[in-house]
Design a protein around this ligand. Structure first.
Ligand SMILES: Cc1cc2nc3c(=O)[nH]c(=O)nc-3n(C[C@H](O)[C@H](O)[C@H](O)COP(=O)(O)O)c2cc1C
Length: 283
């Protein structure tokens, strides 16, 4: 009797439930196609916002990729200790500067620095990076104009009191003279994805982490060449600079680094680095 009179009220929720369940099953099947049937449907610590739908299951690298013998350079222990100590001492002298000289240097050094950055590891060897080298004054001026305009708004409106207060000891502001003074600017774009030769999408796993490691290599190479830099992440400038440099929408500006010699009498904040016992935990 109840069923006869009220069946209409049960029908709609039942249909909604069935449709939702079918969509859930269909999406789960897609995930299994991409990630394999590992028995785990929840993926952790991976931002798949760039993933999209992928029906093509051929690997981005050749399926029959050869594995070749590694030729390791095994060093005597005392040499290892000396090298590791010397490398630390060298890297501990690296400083960011905000006051550059316009003195130039051979571009070959920039090429070697970027070659070094390109040796960084990357998720599934996708090498998700593009390094743009800007030497032309015209382009530097355009970049500076975009950055100073955005940075003025960042400092005055977007960053807020806590952030700007924390930056005060470093004496930074929205005026970035170094952008037109340093002989080169390197802009580092992450590639969210690319395309395989057959036109299907090649996913760049962990592209931001891979890019950041490459920039670490870049900074070490700049320092090792006897040059100086400033790591910067221009806030809200990405789209305008990407369009200025004519880069595709698959690329996003992450870092911008002027590279050069320090100006005469260049000052740096008297910062101290945490000692080993404050950054290490051993078990
Ligand atoms: C991700 C990142 C973003 C940064 N952004 C800026 C920036 O926008 N402007 C700036 O003047 N310095 C920037 N810096 C430089 C830091 O302020 C600097 O590394 C820090 O004060 C330590 O100084 P040191 O590099 O000489 O060790 C940035 C550094 C990093 C790692």
């Amino acid at each position: 009797m109840i069923v006869e009179n009220y069946w209409k009220y049960f029908l709609v929720p039942l249909i909604v439930y069935c449709v939702t369940y079918v969509i859930y099953l269909w999406r789960n099947d897609k995930k299994k196609k991409i990630f394999g049937n590992s028995g785990r449907t929840e993926r952790v610590e991976f931002d798949d916002s760039d993933l999209g739908e992928q029906d093509d299951l051929s690997p981005a690298l050749p399926e029959d990729l050869a594995h070749i013998p590694l030729k390791p350079e095994i060093l005597p222990t005392d040499v290892m200790i000396r090298h590791s100590r010397e490398f630390y001492e060298k890297m501990n002298k690296r400083r960011s500067i905000r006051n550059f000289s316009s003195r130039s240097f051979p571009k070959e050094i920039i090429y070697n620095i970027i070659r070094t950055a390109g040796t960084a590891p990357s998720g599934a060897h996708t090498e998700p990076w593009t390094f743009i080298v800007v030497e032309s004054m015209d382009m530097k001026e355009k970049i500076r104009e975009i950055i100073e305009e955005e940075e003025e708004m960042n400092y005055k409106k977007r960053m807020g009191k806590t952030w700007t207060t924390d930056l005060k000891p470093l004496k930074t502001n929205w005026v970035k003279e170094y952008l037109t003074v340093a002989p080169y600017i390197i802009l580092v774009f992450k590639q969210t994805h690319s395309f395989k030769s057959d036109g299907t999408k090649k996913i760049h796993y962990y592209n931001e982490q891979s890019l950041s490691i490459a920039v670490g290599f870049l900074l070490a190479a700049i320092h090792s060449a006897g040059l100086y830099s400033l790591t910067s992440t221009p806030l809200n400038c990405g789209p305008a600079i990407r369009s200025l440099l004519n880069r595709p929408s698959t690329e996003k500006l992450v870092f911008l680094l002027p590279v050069g010699y320090p100006a005469e009498n260049c000052l740096v904040p008297d910062l101290h680095r945490k000692p080993l016992n404050e950054i290490i935990v051993e078990y």
